[in-house]
Design a protein around this ligand. Structure first.
Ligand SMILES: [Fe+2]
Length: 382
């Protein structure tokens, strides 16, 4: 039976982030923790958001200690600031890392645990989150639409995927103006992450009419806008299209889950410190090729959504067009195509595969593989 989980309010369009004060005040918050990274603080973006909050009578404190892959320690430090400052809400400004860290601070921090690191690992089921507001500055993770976070345990060198409805943001302000300064490399990587969300949700055994609609539209928009956002970063039409797409893709996988691209990307990212979007982009065509035989009609529909001419082709041939189109997009975006380019070695593949098969995203891949088969996928990309 499908279970539909969507964020209650999303405002999307150029300039919507300036509504943050009014919207946060409407949630009943008086003092919020602004969670971001040092770069966005230095750029002045966080101060701008604080000004909007202040104008609406909402105080704020800043926590800028978010790592590119947020850790249990980042969450614990944020909770300390939240607790000492007496904050009653959290506003994250940034990419997936700031959003995931802020979501976890708002949820775990609501219970004021004595040991926040341990609390992140055990995830108290009964706790309720403080109001959380997401202001993404990249167009990829869709974290503002999901009950998922990925937090790295630096001791075990593992990425923990936490899935919990209490992690759902109360409000998202998806402002494409905030993404125009993203460099092309980041635009490419985050855009391919969004494509991986949509493709994996579309072929998931948990797909539903809702996730299908969201995923297919996301794929269409990515096919239409990602190359342009990459070559001309200030094209607001392309940036708005990608902001729409990544939100739809996030909402799609929030309901259908993702699969082996993500299960296999997590250990890669944790081990070699490679950007999550680059990891997904490296694996996406190979995982599609592995899955193709079990859901060819789904991949044929993905090919059509990406704009491929599949008229007259068999379902299998049309499905293969999807893999070719994704590989061509990746080439145009000048992203790496081999795992060896990011430091992976043959002798690491077995342990990577073992970790991938333990990942919480693995069960929603449409074709379940053995350890050797997953090693084979990694090896095909090595
Ligand atoms: Fe992702």
């Amino acid at each position: 039976m499908p279970e539909y989980v969507l964020p209650p309010v999303v405002l999307l369009g150029p300039g919507v982030s300036s509504a943050v004060g009014r919207e946060v005040a409407a949630l009943g918050c008086r003092k919020v923790l602004a969670v971001s990274d040092k770069f966005l603080v230095e750029m002045g973006l966080v101060a701008r958001i604080q000004d909007h909050l202040k104008a609406a009578g909402v105080d704020s404190l800043v926590f800028s200690g978010v790592n590119p892959d947020p850790t249990t320690g980042n969450v614990a430090s944020g909770i300390k600031v939240l607790k000492e400052g007496g904050c009653d809400g959290v506003v994250s400004i940034g990419g997936g890392s700031a959003l995931d860290c802020g979501k976890t601070i708002a949820y775990i921090g609501a219970a004021f645990p004595d040991d926040p690191v341990e609390a992140v690992k055990t995830v108290p089921r009964a706790a309720r989150s403080l109001p959380f507001v997401a202001i993404p500055t990249t167009a990829g993770t869709g974290s503002e639409a999901t009950q998922f976070v990925v937090i790295t345990d630096p001791v075990a060198k593992e990425k923990m995927v936490i899935i919990n409805r209490n992690l759902m943001p109360r409000l998202a302000l998806d402002d494409p103006e905030l993404t125009v300064t993203m460099p092309p490399k980041m635009t490419a990587a985050t855009g391919m992450d969004a494509l991986a969300h949509a493709v994996e949700a579309y072929v998931s055994p948990n797909a539903s009419p809702l996730s299908d609609a969201l995923a297919l539209k996301a794929i269409t928009l990515i096919g239409r806008h990602l190359r342009q956002a990459f070559v001309q970063g200030d094209d607001m039409n392309a940036r708005t299209g990608m902001m729409e797409a990544q939100f739809l893709a996030g909402a799609a996988f929030n309901n259908a889950g993702v699969g082996y691209v993500h299960a296999m990307a997590h250990p890669l990212g944790a081990r070699y410190h490679v950007h999550h979007g680059v990891c997904c982009s490296l694996l996406l065509p190979a995982v599609c090729a592995f899955n193709l035989s079990v859901v060819p009609e789904r991949y044929a529909e993905i090919a059509a959504a990406l704009g491929c001419n599949i008229r007259g082709l068999s379902t299998e041939a049309a499905a293969r067009e999807a893999v070719a189109a994704i590989a061509a997009l990746r080439r145009d975006l000048k992203l790496p195509e081999r795992l060896s380019e990011v430091g992976a070695r043959e002798e690491d593949l077995v342990s990577l595969a073992e970790e991938a098969l333990r990942d919480r995203c693995a069960p929603t891949n449409p074709r379940q593989g053995t350890r050797e088969e997953v090693v084979g996928i990694y090896r095909a990309v090595l």
